[in-house]
Design a protein. Structure first.
Lengths: 255, 255
């Protein structure tokens, strides 16, 4: 097994969580109602907390190889867009509330089956973080499923907005199940997750929720890929510019 | 006892928590390090959650008097600056990390003694929310005290920044202990908090922490007042414009 592949894999998991967590945190103070503002902010914090766990592990792997000391903060704040390995889905802009909850639903369903498999990894660190995260993700999935159904099966306005959100986001769901090179390298060792195995579970869950929401899924669309390998949409650059400003303007700041 | 005074009192408590919570949430994704970004975001969520509890109670009191149905969201999102009764301290801008943690320290120390007294209120609703909030505030006070000491007793740069933060914020601490008219009306009934009684406790705590931080307190400065009575600094208007935009642009939106 290649240590570099394990590092890339761990960073990929951290980047997914950090980028989506940051997107969600953009809603804080802007949610439609206080209760849901708090709920989504809590999900954001869960994800940023998960990112921190992944980065801590990645930093340990990197430092184990000697060289300069890397921290979780260096990994979060001082890497460039092309070094981020998050799925394109995570970096898509918030749009309206419907697009945000749909993005969360697609992603939480993915994390749910992904972590459920990863908690059996032969790498005990990956397994432990996955197990801890799965508890949070289970709630995220329930929360976002309920919102998708509520809005899809809601008013004419809310249903048409959800349909538009689906049209915008569906093209980014395929990448979730296309293994990046570092994912392919880990599979034989029983460390990573077999994406082909969890794909039908994800599809089944999505079908069920969309059906309850009376929404038509966008099958057959061209699927965008690249994020996992560092090729991102323009949105990630803006997100990082905002998120990383402080640390780049004042390197090593303690403020 | 005047019900209107109790409503104003409860709104005052909600506004304190909401405005400071929103200020803190502006840091999400901008904290100096991931761990502390998460810590401050959690404090923001605690405060917004407290605000929600106060607003729910205020809404029940208002609706009990008949007339149109008011919700906690109406109270958070559809009142104007002059209807907000938060202390001026809560609305002060974030400045750098040092100013933010000092503002939190002053305010958490105030909430700590305030809630500690209010949990003995003869109004059981006020007492219950205070008791629940006190657990959170106890952590906020410890967290912010540690930061004030760390930065005050840190590098030359951090100490000078903390001293500047003190010069900026001290003038807003006096108002915490000047009773507004609705506070004076509640006192005889054993419902509100006797501010004169908790003031020496707050001062003692502040002295101790500032001493440990090797900072000089700004005694003898002119004290600003007015926030509790709806007279705010310009900062609150900008904060509300940002926080309330969505709900005002799309009244009653479910998005």
């Amino acid at each position: 097994m290649s240590v570099q592949a394990l590092i890339d894999y761990t960073l990929h998991l951290g980047d997914n969580a950090l980028v989506l967590g940051h997107r969600n945190s953009e809603w804080t103070g802007h949610g439609p109602i206080l209760e849901q503002d708090i709920a989504l902010s809590n999900i954001a914090l869960d994800l940023i907390g998960q990112a921190r766990n992944w980065y801590e592990y990645a930093a340990r792997l990197i430092n184990g190889g000697g060289g300069k000391e890397v921290t979780e903060d260096v990994l979060a704040y001082l890497r460039d867009s092309r070094d981020f390995r998050n799925c394109l889905l995570a970096e898509q802009t918030n749009g309206d509330w419907g697009k945000t909850v749909l993005r969360q639903f697609y992603f939480s369903a993915y994390q749910f089956y992904f972590y459920g498999a990863l908690e059996h990894s032969r790498d005990k660190e990956l397994a432990a973080i996955a197990e801890k995260s799965l508890k949070e993700v289970t709630y995220h999935l329930r929360w976002s499923s309920e919102w998708v159904i509520r809005l899809g099966d809601g008013t004419e306005e809310s249903a048409s907005r959800m349909q538009r959100a689906m049209d915008e986001l569906w093209t980014y769901t395929g990448e979730l199940f296309v293994p990046a090179d570092y994912e392919r390298k880990l599979s034989p060792a029983g460390i990573g997750v077999d994406l082909a195995a969890i794909r039908p579970l994800w599809e089944q869950r999505v079908r069920e929720v969309l059906k309850a929401a009376r929404l038509e899924s966008g099958e057959g669309v061209w699927m965008q890929t690249g994020g996992k390998q560092g090729k991102h949409t323009e949105h990630l650059g803006y997100l990082l510019a905002e998120m990383q400003f402080l640390q780049r303007a004042y390197p090593g700041c303690e403020w």
